[in-house]
Design a protein around this ligand. Structure first.
Ligand code: LAN
Length: 747
């Protein structure tokens, strides 16, 4: 049906309870069995890769997940066979047809275990990390993988020959040096024309001494930079008393879990032995002779193209102290710190079944574990097996995902989107599969080492990806709960998630509320905001503590309001208070122009949808005054209407996130359009033609099978790095159409 290039057929996605592994010509569908086999590949097949993974970044740097989707569609797609409900008018019928087609198409992408696999690439500093881990440990990826990685890296080279932090970004020193080194590790020669130009880009921009600190870290491990030129990570800080506001247990968990293994590598001054490749790279990356570089002067050197935040005076002062401390660090104290860090690393690996919290600590933990226990250790082998969980194949090659997937998150949105109108009930099998997955993902036990290593309680919570990852997230719990309630309310199946489990989820959500009334991501805000002054990364903002966010708060408030509707007797007062404080937090975040800034997707349309959804849902329930609700939502609608494009749609670029001002895309984007529409409909916006223009745009972009095109990148983290959410192009248009259908048939 869909045209599949021959190499695309050879790459198959194996899935098991949310875990995904891309396998080249697998002989078995069993993931563990497959990982035992070294893939065989011929020269001819390699040559074919170059043909089949040709990708033109200048058309759109975002791949459309065709390798996965085309196979799934050809294998599983069936035209909708049931009778399509008849609407009252031809105009209404168009919505019904588009919606049924959209859900039918999306259902064909669902895997047997109930989730929606999808591309979660975008950042360009992740694959280099895992390649460096494989290089230092002499554990190369199979040839087929290596070839695909090369293609990916070259496919994302910008026209100025450099690379960005992420696929849509302008070239930076971080992006360029990391991809350059990765390609050299993968065996590309320095004389390859593309490499010659990339090396020239690096030198023209001052050379690799100006790479940001995370790059300085990786280069030091590779012996391409000197640890002396790296600000001390002061490993002893892990031995601080817990009450100190600067103790790292208080950091945002991602920051904590990245600086932990970095501190181990720093304390051990890990670096690969010099060899021909390293010697050559030392010449390819710098404008001056490597031997004469004054390393201590490079600690704060930074290429201006990379700068996003500027280190504070407090941080500089602290660096002065810790860098000097290195000169006379007490051996016994350092040993004690290293021992603690290693125990913590092992605990994180065990708690996550070696998935780890994310792609960065996954790579660096692998390096530490290899260093501590060796290549043949059971621990290191378990790490290696999980490297594959993070790899993804699309028509632009093989990339590293920003997580081990977005499984639970996507299932929750897809399910809620489908069930928003009655038409979702035409797909009972899809819903039943989703429910099985949601049931499977809810976390049912604490880890034995949970309290010792600063973990927030998690029984009853949902993670973003899979239960193995095992890091509960506040808003993922809320989405998991809302999806569960939507399924229970649909009456399509007999509930297995019982009242006790629902109450556990509610309790977890309550336990996550911050003193400011908002909800953060994985944990409570554990330290004051001034800790941000110690942010050592020049490329990310607001990473030191877990902040309350509009979207996370809105998701939690929405789930709690639903709980009050369905389980009015459960902790009624407490939940009521939580909802009120949450709503007040959201109202406080509204900008004078009526919009909200979104921290986890692009951008104002995303957070405005979440906020309006929560506020509008509270209408008539006496949590806050109805007048306040009306003011806020009408301002939000005014904002959205002011951003509607001529063609009826909305479109934002990623620069909305990094620049903090609404930045209009040149064309409408289906995902932004869907968010804007969901907000307007939630607010019951009276000018229906505004809404109809938006739904018409969605329908006009729908493909004959029921898909939508992959347009610009939708996700973001830490303001400055973008991330792909491949399933958003289906779940949100479906959701917007469902809501339109529901509202127009209700009245
Ligand atoms: C995610 C993905 C999901 C996201 C939402 C649930 C959407 C959000 O509402 C809360 C925050 C959360 C859980 C989130 C946090 C940061 C993550 C984990 C990511 C964007 C995926 C990748 C990113 C992680 C930090 C990437 C590694 C980079 C570092 C700077 C460590």
């Amino acid at each position: 049906m869909l045209n599949i290039k021959s190499s695309w057929k050879n790459w198959q996605l194996l899935t098991e309870q949310g875990r995904h592994i891309w396998a080249f010509k697998p002989t078995s569908n069993d993931i563990d069995a497959h990982l035992q086999n070294v893939e065989q590949i011929t020269e001819h097949e390699i040559a074919q890769f170059a043909e089949d993974f040709k990708f033109d970044k200048t058309l759109n740097p975002n791949s459309a997940d065709q390798v996965f989707r085309h196979r799934a569609i050809n294998a599983q797609f069936k035209e909708f066979s049931g009778p399509i409900p008849q609407a009252e008018s031809p105009e209404a019928q168009k919505i019904v047809d588009g919606l049924v087609k959209g859900i039918n198409y999306f259902s064909a992408l669902q895997s047997k275990d109930g989730h929606w696999p999808g591309d979660y690439g975008g950042p360009l500093f992740l694959l280099p990390g895992i390649l460096i881990a494989s290089y230092i440990s002499e554990t190369p990826f199979p040839k087929a993988h290596r070839e695909m990685m090369k293609l990916y890296l070259f496919n994302h080279q910008n026209s100025d020959s450099g690379w960005g932090m992420h696929i849509e970004g302008d070239s930076t020193m971080f992006g360029t040096v990391m991809q350059y080194v990765s390609l050299r590790i993968l065996g590309v020669g320095k004389d390859d024309e593309r490499m010659v130009k990339a090396s020239a880009w690096i030198k023209a921009n001052g050379g690799a001494t100006g790479i940001p600190s995370w790059g300085k870290f990786y280069l030091s491990v590779l012996n391409l930079y000197h640890w002396e030129g790296f600000n001390s990570l002061f490993p002893e800080m892990w031995l601080f008393p817990k009450w100190l506001p600067v103790h790292p247990w208080r950091y945002w968990c991602h920051t904590r879990m990245v600086y932990l293994p970095m501190a181990y590598c720093y304390a051990e001054r890990i670096s690969v032995p010099v060899n021909d490749l390293i010697l050559s790279l030392r010449e390819e990356l710098y404008t001056e002779d490597f031997a004469t570089i004054d390393w201590s002067k490079q600690r704060n050197a930074l290429c201006e193209k990379d700068r996003y935040t500027t280190p504070s005076g407090v941080l500089k002062w602290m660096n002065f102290f810790t860098n000097n401390y290195e000169k006379f660090a007490w051996t016994w104290l350092r040993k004690k710190a290293i021992a603690f860090i290693l125990r913590y690393l092992n605990a994180e690996d065990a708690q996550t079944d070696y998935v780890d919290i994310g792609p960065v600590n996954k790579a660096i933990n692998s390096i530490c574990i290899w260093h501590a226990y060796g290549k043949d250790s059971a621990q290191f082998k378990k790490h290696v097996a999980r490297w594959y969980d993070y790899l993804w194949v699309a028509e632009d090659g093989m990339k590293m995902s920003g997580y081990n997937g977005s499984q639970l998150w996507d299932v929750a949105f897809a399910t809620r989107a489908m069930l928003e109108s009655d038409l979702g009930k035409l797909f009972p099998e899809t819903i039943a599969n989703s429910y099985r997955f949601i049931d499977y993902c809810q976390i049912k036990a604490e880890h034995p080492t949970h309290a010792e290593f600063f973990r927030h309680p998690m029984i009853g919570s949902w993670p973003f990806s899979t239960p193995e990852n095992g890091w509960p997230v506040a808003d993922c719990t809320a989405e998991g709960l809302s999806a569960t309630l939507a399924i229970h309310q649909s009456g399509l199946l007999t509930p297995v998630i019982n009242t006790q489990r629902i109450e556990q989820a509610v309790d977890i959500i309550l336990s996550y509320q911050n003193a400011d009334g908002g909800w953060a991501t994985y944990e409570l805000q554990r330290a004051p905001k001034w800790l941000e002054k110690l942010n050592p990364s020049e490329v990310f903002a607001d990473i030191m503590i877990d902040y309350s966010w509009t979207e996370c708060t809105a998701a939690c408030v929405i789930a709690l309001i639903e709980i009050q509707e369905i389980y009015p007797d459960y902790k009624n007062d407490k939940i009521r208070q939580a909802i009120i404080a949450g709503l007040e937090f959201i109202l406080k975040q509204q900008k004078p122009d009526g919009s909200w800034y979104g921290g986890w997707a692009v951008c104002f349309t995303y957070a405005t949808w979440f906020a309006v959804e929560a506020i509008a849902k509270s209408k008539g329930k006496q949590y806050i005054e109805d007048g306040v609700i009306a003011d806020s939502t009408s301002k939000a609608c005014k904002f959205l209407v002011s951003k509607q494009k001529q063609d009826g749609g909305w479109g934002e670029t990623f620069e909305s996130c990094s620049k903090l001002v609404y930045t209009e895309a040149s064309t409408s984007q289906v995902v932004n359009t869907a968010w804007a529409l969901l907000a307007l409909m939630a607010a019951d916006f009276s000018e229906k033609r505004v809404i109809r223009a938006g739904t018409d745009l969605l329908l006009s972009r729908q493909t004959p099978l029921g898909d939508w095109p992959q347009e610009s990148i939708s996700g973001v983290f830490n303001y400055n790095c973008m991330i792909t959410y491949a399933n958003y192009r289906n779940s949100f248009p479906i959701w917007a159409l469902s809501r339109y259908h529901r509202q127009s048939t209700q009245k």
